[in-house]
Design a protein around this ligand. Structure first.
Ligand code: GUN
Ligand code: FE
Length: 487
């Protein structure tokens, strides 16, 4: 598909650690035919461009030069969202979790028994999420096998990198939206796993020609939460997980106080909420726990020991009045943390919005703790910096999904999952982007300044191109850009 390397020259931003990122104004970066970054040279002055290319063996090649105001950024990673909840986004914010599930979410998800409705809806959902710059997404489907297979097919055709799971839920749900038995739940889960795995090995047209890695879309075990699963179901899912150590697991934990009280009632022998998942073998290095707002100290310790990842969903935690998750505490304990939009508990499918709310959430904790209560050296009860926020949205998310060697930053050998950010005046939100003079009187904002403005004020109009595994799969910032992937 790409007989020649694709070479970019211009500003590149790439996270390095929880406290630092690289901002490279003159970077030269080459993506090979398989969509992997072959090499990058961090600082090449314009006059040295041809010489550097020649040293790399590149003669007569096309170079995509990023004009001033544009930059390359690793694609965003959404570690927790619900594809069937886009239809009820922005409604039901008067409820807390359990009432919101009963009154808003379960009725919407039940509609996905209609396969045509599911296909139509999922096509626009995946398009929307890609337009937000999400190159890797952890999706919950509904409990329906066929609809969730359709979601996997649509994601596969779109070219997005993703984990897709069918909800397991066999109790404490309305009779019109609950699985009939442990056996059915298990059988359909296995069927979805083999569908997704065989779909990957069959490949899309590009994959057949060998230009894409075969496993962009992977299955994920999805016990919805302890409330909606009988011990028998959790036990069977634990057995399935232990027979398949590389299979990711995703679930919710400790989001809301009424939910936690319900879990304690249902599993009275467990020491705490995390102990329920632990007792069924579901707490491991490739488990993603969403929310973690009200964890007890012992739970934080257990999660750290198991090397389990946490998906921080601040927009949802505010919207459903769940609380503020102590992310800094998790980071200080060495726990992997990524960001999750948690649509439609969260009212935006964009990780940019999650970044903004993660920042506000950390400032609330810092203000409540005061200077005495903040960690002097770590992250607890301190505001998250731009570097930390960028890390959580990219490399942190990659760690949570076990993809840190593959995506999340730019380095030779990693897949080119990337966004071209366009922060120029003609993007539709002018003035924010390229004032004649910034506050300090400089005529051009620095790359750091542009990044911060994009993270806090940007939207999909500023996402000019979306790439996954080197493949150009979307151009949200351009009218008429829609790449269709109807199945
Ligand atoms: N807990 C169980 N199901 C859900 C869901 O769909 N969204 C959120 N935010 N929490 C949940
Ligand atoms: Fe959720």
């Amino acid at each position: 598909m790409h007989p020649e390397p694709t070479i970019f020259y211009g500003p590149v931003i790439s996270p390095e650690s929880l406290t630092s990122y690289k901002a490279l104004p003159n970077c030269l970066l080459s993506v090979g035919p398989s969509g992997t970054i072959d090499w990058l040279v961090e600082d090449v002055e314009e006059h040295a461009l041809q010489k550097t290319l020649a040293q790399k063996g590149c003669i007569d090649v096309n170079v995509t030069v990023l004009p001033s105001g544009r930059f390359l950024l690793p694609g965003f990673i959404d570690t927790h969202t619900h594809a069937p909840q886009l239809p009820n986004i922005g409604s039901g914010q008067q409820y807390e979790l359990l009432d919101w599930l009963s009154n808003v979410t379960f009725p919407t998800e039940a509609k996905f028994s209609d396969l045509e409705f599911a296909r139509r809806t999922y096509e626009s959902v995946v398009r929307r999420i890609l337009d937000c710059g999400t190159t890797t997404c952890c999706y919950y489907g509904t409990l329906h096998l066929e609809a969730t297979k359709a979601l996997a097919d649509i994601v596969h055709i779109s070219g997005q990198r993703a984990f897709i799971g069918k909800c397991n839920m066999d109790r404490n749900c309305p009779e019109y939206y609950v699985e009939p038995s442990v056996e059915v739940s298990l059988r359909e889960t296995r069927e979805l796993i083999s569908h997704i795995r065989s779909q990957s090995s069959r490949g899309s047209p590009e994959q057949v020609s060998g230009s894409l890695s075969p496993d962009l879309v992977q299955p994920v075990l999805t016990p919805r939460f302890a409330v909606s699963c009988t011990p028998e179901l959790l036990s069977s899912l634990g057995e399935l997980a232990s027979s398949d150590p590389s299979l990711l697991i995703q679930t919710h934990i400790s989001e809301n106080k009424a939910e936690i009280a319900f879990v304690k009632e249902l599993f009275s022998e467990a020491p705490h909420y995390a102990g329920v998942y632990e007792s069924f073998g579901l707490l491991r290095h490739n488990t993603i726990l969403a929310h973690a707002v009200h964890l007890e100290d012992a739970e934080v310790e257990l999660i750290a020991e198991r090397k389990t990842g946490i998906s921080h969903c601040p927009t949802s935690n505010f919207n459903l009045s769940s609380g503020v998750a102590p992310v800094g505490r998790f980071l200080d304990r060495g726990i992997k943390v990524g960001l999750g939009t948690d649509v439609s508990g969260g009212f935006s499918p964009s990780i940019l919005n999650t970044i903004q709310n993660a920042s506000i959430a950390s400032k609330i904790l810092a203000m409540q703790a005061g200077p005495q209560g903040s960690s002097p050296t770590g992250f607890a009860n301190r505001q998250l910096s731009v570097a930390t926020l960028l890390y959580l949205a990219t490399l942190g998310g990659a760690e949570v999904c076990g993809l840190e060697k593959v995506v999340g930053s730019f380095a030779p050998g990693k897949s080119f999952d990337a966004l071209i950010i366009d922060a120029r005046n003609n993007c539709g939100n002018p003035g924010l982007w390229y004032p004649d003079h910034d506050i300090a009187g400089n005529s051009k904002p620095t790359l750091d300044g542009l990044l911060e403005r994009f993270l806090f004020c940007g939207d999909d109009r500023n996402i000019s191109r979306v790439y996954v595994q080197g493949r150009f799969i979307g151009a949200p910032g351009h009218p008429g850009r829609s790449l269709s992937f109807t199945i």
